[in-house]
Structure formats: structure tokens, C-alpha cells
Design a protein around this ligand. Structure first.
Ligand code: BG6
Length: 492
């Protein structure tokens, strides 16, 4: 087991939704497998310091965790004695961000502890700057790392504002911008597939690839986050970050090394090569939708506008499908279709690489069918990588049928499986930046979505409706049909 250097993990926003759903359960999982152990000489009490506005003591916070966090820990990980030991590592401190003196109290508490200080900002972005300034006023910006959650701003200008302010206090190599999709096992495996094997490299280019589809579909709605989502929408919540990061990983050139900046340089080059849209291409290549009422798993679910916190005339999009093009030597002419939405037919996230048909149908029409040759990287559920190709059916004649070669990870690898947050939190503690988004990447992604935001802001007509439980508005199908293509689930 890797022994960590001493650290203190300070969790701002410790009573918020993100902390209880993601951060604390991930820390607990890492704790269960002994991955949070630091060098023997450090005490564990207070290794995690939870910070929020609510006045209470550590015992009160532990009771709060019992009530709110437990439910988010999977039964296969749950273990009562371990949970008690985990709680014993958590201390609590109430802090009013408006009072500089309280940051000095925080500094005094941290002064007693050895090692690096990690400040995890599980708060709304409007608090990033006040927290960073408070930390600086108490001299806490040295020997420390800061973790920022998305959304980082809501457009290019606001994100530059936050980055400037945070950047005046912390160096770029102290800043960890989380995009949890980069921590998913299948994304790591895509890198292993591409750069650990020579056989895929010649297949990874425009001469052989017809198109690429990247889908992050969710069956859930906004889950009580209506007020947050109203200010966000699918373009900011998913496209600007998760989908563009996946696209960058798929399309990047082999980096010079796996060093953080070498990897991020290559992702940035892809983002810079994305063809910038104008009004006409937004109108033609981007579809936005909003879910109406419908059924998921045969149960009725409400329309987005009937969710708590959402006004009845909301124009916020819960679905986006778009066609992106990369103007570089490797990808010119290959459409990348990206799509994401809430309340869709099922929960699935995958990258589908469609290969071109054979030059002519020597063995019949089956060779021209969509999906005859295809690589599917499934991120969730049941992560796997699957290569589809045609094979002859046994018996008389040359009848072809699709078969697949499977890399189903759970068959090959047994034992503990890390989730994305767990991996990323351990990376922060270990000082590994490769899976975090650098400022220039993040701003380039905002720059690319800006014409879409601007175009939508000028339209009187809002998103198109789609029934919950479907795959989005019909316009999303029409987007591919223009060029004779269709989404994977439409093939059968
Ligand atoms: C978050 C979004 O970043 O990702 C949520 O804010 C979304 O709206 C979530 O539900 C999806 O993540 P995952 O890992 O469940 O696919």
C-alpha cells in the first residue's frame, strides 16, 4: 500500500449536497481500503476538517453524517466499525466566510498539523473568491492545494474572473479543477487502449472512421436541484465540461509523456482545433430540448417545469445534441456527435467509434450496414470496451452477422473498484494533476460554447419539448439524418 505524505483535508461546504453525496462517501471508500493512511507519525484525529456555516461541534457533525451521508454509501462498502473509525478522523469547525478573524482561527488549528493542506471547495462558485481571499488573509495559500468544483463560472468572462482571482492567490500547480468524468475507470482505460497498444493507432483517424458519437444520457431528472439547474442547463452542466473533456481524450494526439502538462497540452490542442460555430452553424448543428412529463421504468414522472424551484415558463435546456468538427490533420471531415440529457430512455454514457464501410460490398449489403465495424467504449453502467465486426454465420452461403470482441473489465479484474471521486481525491492528496483541468483548457471550452450561448440568448423560441423516457426531441435524430446517419439506439 502506498503511504501518503501527511495531509489535512479541509472540506468547505461540508453540509452541502456535494459533500454528502459525493465527497464524503468517496473519502469513506478510500478509508475502507486503507488508502487514506498517511505516514505513521501523524495523528488521524482531524485529518479531515469539515467546515460550514452551521454552528455545531464535531459530535454534532458526526450525527449529521449519520443522518445524511450513510444513505449514499453503497451496502457492499458499508461496515459499521470502519464507519465509526472514519468519523473519528473528522473534525468540524463552523466558519463565517465574512469574518477574516475566523480564517485566522482556522490557520491556528491547521498550524498544529503536519503536511500539506488541501482545501476542497464543495460550495457554489460565488464563494470561491471569498474563500480564497480568506485563506490568503490567514497565510494559508502556501503549502496547500485548492480543489474547485464545476461549474466554474457560467460563461467565458465569469470563468476568467474566477480564474484571475484564484490565480492571484494560488499558483496554477496548486489548483485542481475537478471534472469527475476524467476519473472514471473507462476513461482511464481508453487511454490505456490507445497508448498502451500499437494496434489501434493506425485505426484512429479520418481515413477509417466515419463518425463518433459521445452520449451521456441520464434517466434521472433534476433531483430537487431545480433552482441550481435553472441557472445552469445542460450546455453548462455537461457539454462545456464532461462532453468536451471526453471528446478531447478521444481525439488527442499521443502526449510526449503522461506528465500532467504533456497530457493537458494535447487536450488543449484538440479544443483549439474545434471549429468555432457561427449563428448559422448553431441553428443547423445544435439542438436543445426540455423534458415534458412521461414515464421512466413505467412510473409517471413530472415535466421539468413542474419540478420544485423551476418556473412554469422556464426556457432552460435539459437536453443538448450537437455536431462538432475538428479541423486538424487527423480528424478533418469526421463528425463528432455529442449528446446529453436528463430523463432520457436509460442511463448510459458511451463513446461510439463508427468505422467506414468496406470500399464496395464484396460480401453483400451487410458490410454497408451501420455498426458493421464499431468500437464502443462504455463508461457506465457496466464499463467495457467492445469491438463489433462481421463474421460468417455457420453453414451454407456467406451470410454475415455482427459479433463482438469484449473487454469486460469485471471478468478480468477482481477486487476493489474505485469510483471517479475516490480516484480524484486520492490524486489531489498525492499531488497528481493529470486528471484535472488546466485553466487554458477550461477557458477554451467556454470559448467554444460561447456562440451557442449567445445564439440561444437571442432566440424568442426556447428548447423543444420531449417526453420523459424518450431519447430527446425528434430534431436530435434529424441532426444525424441530414447526412444519412442515425444514433446507435435508432438502428434496430
Ligand atoms: C454532474 C452534473 O457534473 O454530473 C449532474 O452536475 C449530473 O447534473 C452528473 O447528473 C452526472 O454524473 P454521473 O457520474 O452520475 O454520470
Amino acid at each position: 500500500m502506498n503511504t501518503l505524505s501527511p495531509y489535512t483535508f479541509v472540506l468547505f461546504g461540508a453540509t452541502g449536497d456535494l459533500s454528502l453525496r459525493k465527497v464524503l462517501p468517496a473519502l469513506f471508500r478510500a478509508f475502507c481500503t486503507g488508502q487514506l493512511e498517511a505516514g505513521a507519525h501523524t495523528d488521524t484525529a482531524g485529518r479531515i476538517l469539515a467546515v460550514a456555516r452551521t454552528p455545531m461541534d464535531a459530535a454534532g457533525y458526526h450525527a449529521w453524517c449519520e443522518q445524511h451521508v450513510r444513505a449514499h454509501i453503497k451496502p457492499d462498502v458499508w461496515d459499521e466499525p470502519t464507519w465509526k473509525r472514519f468519523l473519528a478522523t473528522i473534525d468540524y469547525m463552523p466558519l463565517d466566510l465574512g469574518r477574516e478573524a475566523e480564517f485566522r482561527v482556522l490557520a491556528e488549528r491547521l498550524a498544529k498539523r503536519q503536511g500539506v493542506r488541501i482545501f476542497y471547495l464543495a460550495t457554489g462558485p460565488s464563494l470561491f473568491i471569498p474563500i480564497c481571499e480568506g485563506l490568503r488573509s490567514a497565510g494559508l495559500n502556501e503549502n496547500s492545494r485548492i480543489v474547485l468544483e464545476k461549474p466554474l463560472g457560467n460563461d467565458l468572462a465569469s470563468s476568467e474572473g474566477i480564474n484571475d482571482a484564484v490565480g492571484a492567490i494560488f499558483r496554477e500547480d496548486q489548483i485542481y479543477r475537478i471534472d469527475h468524468y476524467l476519473g472514471k475507470e473507462a476513461v482511464q482505460n481508453l487511454l490505456a487502449l490507445r497508448f498502451g497498444n500499437a494496434i489501434f493507432e493506425p485505426l484512429w483517424r479520418r481515413e477509417l472512421i466515419d463518425s463518433i458519437q459521445i452520449t451521456i444520457a441520464e434517466a434521472i431528472g433534476v433531483e430537487g436541484r431545480g433552482e441550481f439547474y435553472e441557472q445552469t442547463g445542460a450546455l453548462r452542466d455537461m457539454v462545456q465540461n464532461h462532453l468536451l473533456q471526453l471528446l478531447a481524450i478521444v481525439a488527442m494526439e499521443p502526449p510526449l509523456s503522461m506528465n500532467a502538462d504533456a497530457v493537458r497540452d494535447e487536450k488543449l490542442r484538440v479544443l483549439r482545433s474545434l471549429r468555432q460555430m457561427d449563428d448559422e452553424s448553431v441553428a443547423h448543428n445544435v439542438v436543445r430540448g426540455q423534458y415534458g412529463g412521461g414515464a421512466i421504468d413505467k412510473s409517471a414522472v413530472p415535466a421539468y417545469v413542474d419540478e420544485p424551484g423551476v418556473p412554469p415558463d422556464s426556457q432552460t435546456e435539459t437536453f443538448v445534441a450537437l455536431k462538432a468538427e475538428i479541423d486538424n490533420w487527423r480528424w478533418a471531415g469526421v463528425p463528432f456527435y455529442l449528446r446529453t440529457g436528463k430523463r432520457l430512455g436509460e442511463r448510459v454514457a458511451e463513446i461510439v467509434v463508427n468505422y467506414r464501410a468496406t470500399p464496395y460490398p464484396l460480401l453483400g449489403e451487410a458490410t454497408a450496414q451501420p455498426g458493421a465495424n464499431r468500437l464502443v467504449i462504455r463508461l457506465q453502467p457496466n464499463e467495457s470496451i467492445r469491438l463489433y465486426c462481421l463474421a460468417k454465420q455457420p453453414g451454407e452461403g456467406m451470410n454475415l452477422q455482427t459479433v463482438h470482441l469484449d473487454l469486460a473489465f469485471d471478468q478480468f479484474f477482481k477486487g476493489h473498484r474505485m469510483d471517479a471521486y475516490e480516484r480524484l481525491l486520492l490524486d489531489v492528496i498525492n499531488g497528481r494533476l493529470a486528471l484535472f483541468v488546466r485553466r487554458d483548457e477550461q477557458e477554451q471550452a467556454w470559448r467554444w460554447v460561447a456562440p451557442i450561448q449567445a445564439y440561444w440568448a437571442r432566440q424568442a423560441k426556447g428548447p423543444k419539448r420531449y417526453a420523459a423516457g424518450t431519447w430527446g426531441p425528434p430534431a436530435a435524430s434529424a441532426l444525424l439524418a441530414q447526412s444519412g446517419r442515425c444514433w446507435v439506439e435508432e438502428e434496430n
